[in-house]
Design a protein around this ligand. Structure first.
Ligand code: NOJ
Length: 564
């Protein structure tokens, strides 16, 4: 394996819309990111992934692109993008953009042409099919496939009286990757940004570029929307690897860039290797979502409320599956959450009773696993899920499209409870910079409501507190990037320790010079552990060198084991 810069990088994902608002219009922007580059640099990060800021009607906050070659005015200008690249590079921070290959906005000029007539030259840039007539004589979509964001995977278009495919929202028509002309257009997009100086891409929704072109009905049962949620019809299909290989050969291989594909759920090692083996002629890494939802809802007998309990054993199995499966064959990205998931401190920690402890424990696991870690903005201060009490506070397109259907089947209280646990808005609230109004994110009312705990949980407070989550992220990143343990933490071997233990996540990292044990308690109570012989490198509690047999609630230890 050849060592590359991105293997030893620490990544940080920025959701531009709610990161920092420099012009006080309530929406985050590129100049806002520039103003926070010193903060990012001081955290120890040297790679940022910025969510989409292309021109967009914002049906899905920028993933619905109407012009790939320009910046949306709410985020700034192309000049700002150039300045951002140059300011980041001055600080040795690489910049990776979100590249959206699967779809465009319905307001993209290609789609407007495509939908205008059956024989428009761009008709075949998208996926069009005739509808079917059902028993009652009604025109219905070509098949029963469901989409991720609303109802059917098809939407009817009056002008040509056909349906276009859209696996996300109605305003996000799917591109037809079977068409070589379309593929060339998308390569032009990638080259444009690479030539402008970006260091690579997080490639959106990459698992969906190929579909079952027989377009036959799924045999899965229909859901409450009357469609089959059968993602296999358009996910991880073998045909898509030929597209990715071509993209690699014609574009990616011509630049010193880094790419991480978003593969989502349902991928196995075989396809993981297709996406990101060293010799796959594809991407450098691939994000899967397998470890994001390992909690069970159980009733707390004391509070009489439902609470999340982490399936620690299963969580370890998932990480182990990918680490072992990719071992010596490909590199992994590691992350706890992104803008599509709830906050990890709610998912696997305890934001109420053990905010500092669980936040820093999760940071330690992330920053010591093999692979390139990606922190999601706000994770480093333990930002939490929303406290919204009104469904109208939620902005996500999925919520907007589905809430009335959910309310037909459930009470408002239950729907709100579900959204506060699972909605994508949980991770999209304004970054909590200080205890000033609007969390110091903006001077005017933000596009997404702030969480009221910003008064306590914010960057300013945590920078002043040596024991804060933020300070522990800084220390851990320093240990990973700049200490005598860097090599073992980045390139060392990995093995789970006590993998059957239901409470602790423990593993060893070693190379020929050093052996390090990481032990993390995922419970809000003390648990027993077998004290290994060695020197304490890091603890998220105030501990001296002796650490006994008790792991405190959410305690995390890093120990250099004695060589035997
Ligand atoms: C994955 C992105 O992470 C998500 O936010 C988006 O809605 C879909 N892809 C569609 O682009």
């Amino acid at each position: 394996m050849e060592r590359k810069w991105w293997m030893s990088a620490v990544g940080y994902q920025i959701y531009p819309r709610t990161f920092y608002d420099s012009n006080n219009d309530g929406i985050g922007d590129l100049k806002g990111i520039i103003q926070k580059l010193d903060y990012i640099h001081d955290l120890g990060v040297n790679l940022i992934w910025i969510g989409p800021f292309y021109k967009s009607p914002m049906d899905d906050n920028g993933y619905d692109v109407s012009d790939f070659f320009d910046v949306d005015p709410v985020f700034g200008t192309l000049e700002d993008a150039r300045e951002l690249l140059s300011e980041a590079h001055k600080r040795d921070i690489k910049v990776v953009l979100d590249l959206v290959l699967n779809h465009t906005s319905d307001e993209h000029e290609w789609f407007m042409e495509s939908r205008s007539s059956l024989n428009n030259p761009k008709r075949d840039y998208y996926i069009w099919q005739k509808g079917k007539v059902d028993k009652e004589g009604k025109l219905v979509p070509p098949n029963n496939w469901g989409s991720f964001f609303e109802g059917s995977a098809w939407n009817y278009d009056e002008t040509t009286k056909e349906f276009y495919m859209k696996i996300f929202s109605n305003k996000m028509p799917d591109l037809n990757w079977d068409n070589p002309k379309l593929r060339e257009e998308m390569y032009r997009v990638a080259c444009y940004w690479l030539d402008l100086g970006v260091d690579g891409f997080r490639v959106d929704a990459i698992a969906h570029l190929a579909r079952d072109l027989s377009f036959e009905d799924s045999t899965l049962p229909l859901n409450i929307h009357g469609v089959a949620p059968d993602w296999s019809k358009f996910s991880n299909r073998p045909e898509l690897f030929t597209y990715i290989n071509e993209f690699h050969d014609k574009v990616l291989s011509q630049y010193d860039c880094m790419t991480v594909g978003e593969v989502g759920g349902g991928a196995r090692i075989e396809s993981g290797l297709g996406y990101a083996a060293y010799d796959a002629r594809a991407f450098n890494m691939a994000f899967n979502f397998d470890h994001c939802w390992e909690t069970s809802q159980v009733l707390d007998p004391i509070t009489n409320q439902m609470k999340n309990v982490t399936n620690v054993k299963h969580l370890k199995e998932i990480f182990n599956y990918w680490i072992e499966g990719m071992k010596n064959k490909g590199w992994l990205p590691q992350y706890w959450l992104n803008h599509d998931h709830p906050r990890v401190i709610n998912q696997y920690g305890d934001p109420i009773h053990y905010h500092r402890e669980s936040g820093s424990m999760l940071g330690m696991v992330l920053l010591t696993l093999p692979g390139t870690p990606f922190i999601y903005n706000g994770e480093e201060i333990g930002m939490t899920n929303v406290d919204y009490t009104d469904v109208n506070d939620f902005n996500d397109v999925w919520v907007k499209n589905n809430v009335s259907k959910l309310l037909e089947h459930d009470s408002m209280e239950n729907v709100l409870d579900r959204l506060r646990r699972t909605s994508r808005d949980n991770a999209r609230t304004p970054m909590q910079w200080s205890d000033e109004p609007y969390a110091g994110f903006s001077k005017s009312n933000p596009i997404q409501k702030v969480i009221s705990n910003y008064v306590q949980i914010n960057v300013k407070n945590q920078l002043l507190d040596e024991h804060s989550i933020l300070k522990s992220y800084q220390k851990l990143i320093h240990l990973r990037r700049f200490s005598e343990y860097s090599d073992v933490l980045i390139f060392g071997q990995f093995k789970l320790v006590n993998e059957l233990n239901e409470d602790e996540f423990a593993f060893d990292r070693w190379n020929e010079h050093k052996k390090v044990r990481i032990i993390a308690n995922f419970r809000p109570y003390s648990v027993h552990f077998d004290q290994p012989d060695g020197k304490l490198i890091y603890s998220n509690y105030e501990r001296e060198s002796s650490y006994g047999h008790e792991l405190k609630p959410f305690e995390a230890l890093m120990i250099e084991l004695n060589n035997d």
